[in-house]
Design a protein around this ligand. Structure first.
Ligand code: RB5
Length: 187
């Protein structure tokens, strides 16, 4: 079995290459949450407005219990429809929101818990939605995540073909076909 690369080497290949200028280049953002994320959403809306970003708050307005896929779909629709350049989703973990948003063609939603992952989600994956956690990430961390996400460009180059392959998967799976692999093609 090949030896694992040393920790330092593994780390160096997955560090963002862009310097964190924190020069926000996004001007209009859609945001939504579920009940678990509604307070953090309200806070992030104010933070974004303070950064000069036009914010489209797609709800909910209260902390009454709601289902996160309904609100993930609203932001995903605003991104794919071209109403906004990028989207923010907030739920307890960010996980359910990201899973739901990624069901829509054209969406690359990343569940992000650190500024480093925010930079890599943009630089390597051209993510167009960032999903953050209201329950497990500190408010200041979420602000740094958004600042980084909004200020990091897609790296292109070797990443472009891989992102294209993600898009290609929207046409259907290209996985292992048991029948073809075993030669059982005659039924
Ligand atoms: C709600 O309890 C919680 O499941 C939701 O906010 C989110 O964390 C799901 O992924």
């Amino acid at each position: 079995m090949p030896a694992e690369p040393p920790q330092s080497a593994r780390q160096s290949t997955s560090q963002p290459t862009q310097q964190p200028t924190q020069q926000i280049t996004v001007s209009k953002v859609a945001i939504a949450s579920d009940h678990a994320g509604v307070a953090e959403k309200a806070r992030l809306v104010e933070w974004m407005k303070g950064q000069g970003i036009e914010v489209l708050d797609l709800g909910p307005a209260t902390d009454d219990r709601v289902d996160y896929p309904d609100f993930a779909a609203k932001v995903a629709g605003a991104v794919t429809g071209g109403t906004v350049e990028t989207g923010v989703l907030v739920c307890g973990t960010g996980i359910g929101m990201a899973i739901a948003a990624n069901k829509l063609p054209g969406i690359r939603a990343a569940n992000v818990t650190s500024p480093e992952f925010a930079a890599l989600a943009r630089e390597h994956n051209d993510a167009n939605i960032v999903a953050v956690s209201a329950r497990f990430s500190e408010p200041q961390t979420n602000e740094r995540i958004l600042a980084t996400f909004f200020s990091t460009d897609f790296g292109g180059g070797r990443h472009a073909g891989r992102v294209q392959k993600i898009t290609d998967l929207e046409a259907g799976p290209v996985g292992h076909d048991e029948e073809t692999a075993s030669g059982a093609t005659d039924r």
